[in-house]
Design a protein around this ligand. Sequence first.
Ligand code: UDP
Ligand code: MG
Length: 310
Amino acid sequence: MFSLVIPVYNEEKLIDELLSRTVASVESFASDYEIIVVDDGSTDRSLELLLQWRDNNSRITVMSLSKNFGHQAAFTAGLEYATGEIVAMMDGDLQDPPELLAEMYKRINSEDLEIVSGKKTGRRGSRNRNFLSALFHLFFKYIGEIKSMENAGNYSMMKREAVDALLTMKEKVRYLPGLRTFIGFRQGYVEFVRDDRYRGEPKMNFGRLFMLATDAIFSFSRFPIRLCLVLGTVGTLVFMVVGIYVLIAKVYGFAIPGWSSILLSIYFLGSIQLVFLGILGEYVYRSYKESQNRPVYFTRKIYSDRENKK
Ligand code: UDP
Ligand code: MG
C-alpha cells in the first residue's frame, strides 16, 4: 500500500483543487493507497470540506488534531498513522506539485533507494521568502552536522524501513527534513520548481519560519555553542594582552583617563554576554522541553475506515 500524508491548516480555499489533483496523481500509479489529511486544528471550513471528500472516497482518511500543533507536528501525526509500505509527505498548499509523486514513486521503486525527496531547483512566489530560504540552506550546509540536505524540504517519499527509523526519534523539537537526512539510508532526489501557494495566505509567517530555521540549526549543529566558545576564547586572549598593557601603563605612569574606551568595552562585553546567554538559554529550553516529554500532538478524532473496523 501507498500512504500520503498532507497537513492542512485553514486551507478551505484550496482543498478541492488539492484533493482532485492529488487523487488523480496517486491513482495514476497506485491502486491500493490511503491519503491521510491531517487537519491541524483549522478554524475555517477545512475539516468540513475534507469530510465531504472522504464521503466520496473512503481511501481518504482525515485526522483531526485537538488544536493547532504546527506543521511538523501535523506531519508526525500522519506519519505515525500511515501503514503503507511506501509513505510520502507533501504540503497541502499545492506548493509541492502532486504530479511529482508519480516520478518519486517510479524512482523509489526502480532504483535501490529508501528515500526520495524533492530538491528545489527554483521557486515561484515571494522573492524575499525565497531569498531567505536559499540563505538558510546555504548557511545550514556549512554549519549543520548533516551535509546532504540538498535544498530539500518536507516533500519526500520513504520506504517503510526509513519511516520506522524516522519515527523512532521522539524528540519534541522536530525538524523533519533534518531528521530524514540524519537517518541515512540510500537517498535520491527528484528536482522540481516549487510553486507559489495556490490560494490563501502562508500559515508560516516570517516569525514561524525563523523559529523553524532556529530549530534546524540548534538541533543539527554545534555552531551556536561553538561560536560562544571561540569568541569567548578570542575575547579572553585579547583582554589578557590589553590587561598587560594596562598594568605596564600604570606602572610607568602613562595611563591616561579614558572613559570612552571603558564605556565601549563595557557595552561590547555586555552585549556579547547577552547574546551568549540567549544561546545558552536555547539549549536549556530545549533540554527542558525534551525532559517534559509531552506528546507532540493530540488527536481529536480520526475519520477512517480503519477506525470503523475497530
Ligand atoms: N500547516 C499546518 N499547521 C500549521 C501551519 C501550516 O498544518 O500550523 C500546513 C499548511 O496548511 C500547509 C503546509 O503546512 O499545507 C505548509 O504551510 P505554509 O504554506 O504556510 O508554509 P510554507 O510553505 O510557507 O513553509
Ligand atoms: Mg506553503
